[in-house]
Design a protein around this ligand. Structure first.
Ligand code: DSN
Length: 430
């Protein structure tokens, strides 16, 4: 089995080395189409695996609770400076361990328990931390949810897009203290301006959860919410292509509250190795080549959605303007659930995730939808033509899911594509 070039130094643990090799093999011989995943650069991986993992640094640069943080302070300051410059923000907090932590820290910083937040419905694209009954967020805060417009057969106006009349009506009725824009399964551009107008009309705070599209914003392919929102929270590992983690941007007036909510409010010692890797990724995202990359992500997703539609998969909302396509599988095959499609595609070497679609009659564990994304394979160098090929491979595997020989043939075609588009052959030293 081929080893990953990044774990060659693990010499004393055969079991972990073997598992890392297996995962290297999986990531480089199968297609990674989960919309929230990406391939971080070798420099990001190296910083994540660096000596900074040894250091405790509770507090913030210049105000730590432990000695020996002279270098760590510079690392975290560098990350904060690069991030504020990238998005034009007043203040950055780069310590959140994840997007979920970042979101909860924002609520904790700016709201009182029991305050109302107006956010997107989970079954129409919102995230667990936007008030899922299973999330601590719904126990501490009162969520009211807006949705998408009804589906229509008019190709000019297909529906299933954020219903701003509904946002405004609910805002006027419930007077939330915060309006939350942002989604986890929504393929359209989210314009921050109408959200700001509605927030201003009722005197609410505006938070933008840009986890999925942070990279598209950094690359200039989507509008920057920073001038509109009081606070922007996101993950660093999706389209932004950094290490796994979270970050928060805010206006200066909220900086102290946000910092206190992250530490000591939510977390203990920050992961300075991850923060160094975040700094590396923020530098990469500021390069002109990153703007070209995000343009290609969107072009690839559009081509992918159109090719999937030709194969009979309905695109929810009629298409995409970001890195993801949300598929309604029912018109392709009424019997095919999201769960089954994900399992069949796994056998064919195509990694996806099942997802609920608006008004899904099936449970969130089964679903009638499948979410696919273009960010990772775009990093690997694929363009529109390759995504069109992937659409035909997906269709073939799903139509012939009971024929092992055909699924195996698709897997071989996938492996051949992956051999040509190795994500780690594509990076150049920058
Ligand atoms: N789990 C992420 C996603 O896949 O969208 C959200 O946190």
């Amino acid at each position: 089995m081929t080893s990953s070039p990044f774990d060659a130094w693990i010499t004393n643990d055969d079991e972990v080395t073997s598992l890392l090799s297996q995962e290297w093999q999986r990531q480089t011989t199968t297609l990674q189409l989960i919309a929230s995943e990406n391939f971080a650069s070798p420099a990001v991986l190296a910083a994540t695996g660096s000596i900074l993992t040894n250091k405790y640094a509770e507090g913030y640069p210049g105000r730590r609770y432990y000695g020996g943080n002279q270098v760590v302070d510079e690392v975290e300051d560098l990350a904060r400076r690069r991030l504020t410059a990238l998005f034009g923000a007043d203040h950055a907090n780069v310590q959140p361990h994840s997007g979920a932590n970042a979101n909860v820290a924002v609520y904790q910083a700016l709201l009182e328990p029991g305050d109302t937040i107006l956010a997107m419905r989970l079954d129409q694209g919102g995230h667990l931390t936007h008030g899922s009954p299973a999330s601590i967020t719904s126990k501490w805060w009162n969520f009211v949810s807006y949705g998408v417009t009804p589906r229509s057969d008019d190709p000019e106006n297909p529906g299933e897009m954020i219903d701003f009349d509904n946002v405004r009506e609910l805002a006027l009725e419930h007077r939330p203290k915060m309006i939350l824009a942002g989604a986890t399964a929504y393929s359209r551009l989210i314009d921050p301006a109408p959200f700001r107008e509605i927030a201003d009309e009722i005197g609410a705070l505006l938070m933008f959860d840009s986890a999925h599209v942070a990279g598209l914003i950094a690359g200039g392919s989507h509008p920057n919410p920073v001038p509109y929102a009081d606070v922007v929270a996101f993950t660093t590992h999706k389209t932004l292509r950094g290490p796994r983690g979270g970050a928060i941007l805010c206006r200066e007036e909220y900086a102290k509250k946000i910092d206190s909510a992250v530490f000591p409010g939510q977390q203990g010692g920050p992961l300075e190795h991850a923060i160094a890797a975040k700094a590396v990724s923020f530098k990469e995202a500021a390069l002109p080549s990153f703007a070209t990359y995000t343009e290609q992500i969107v072009a690839n997703a559009k081509a992918f959605g159109a090719a999937l539609a030709k194969e009979g998969f309905r695109n929810v909302s009629g298409g995409t303007e970001n890195h993801m396509v949300l598929l309604d599988l029912r018109e392709f095959d009424e019997e095919l659930t999201g769960k089954l499609a994900q399992e069949v595609l796994d056998r064919a070497g195509i990694t996806t995730n099942r997802n609920t679609i608006p008004d899904d009659p099936r449970s969130p564990f089964v679903t009638s939808g499948l979410r696919v994304g273009s960010a990772a394979q775009t990093t690997a160098g694929m363009k529109e033509g390759e995504f069109e090929t992937i659409a035909t491979l997906m269709s073939r595997a799903l139509r012939h899911r009971d024929d092992d020989a055909i699924v195996t043939e698709v897997r071989a075609d996938v492996a051949a594509m992956c051999a040509t588009f190795n994500p780690y052959a594509n990076f150049t030293k920058q």
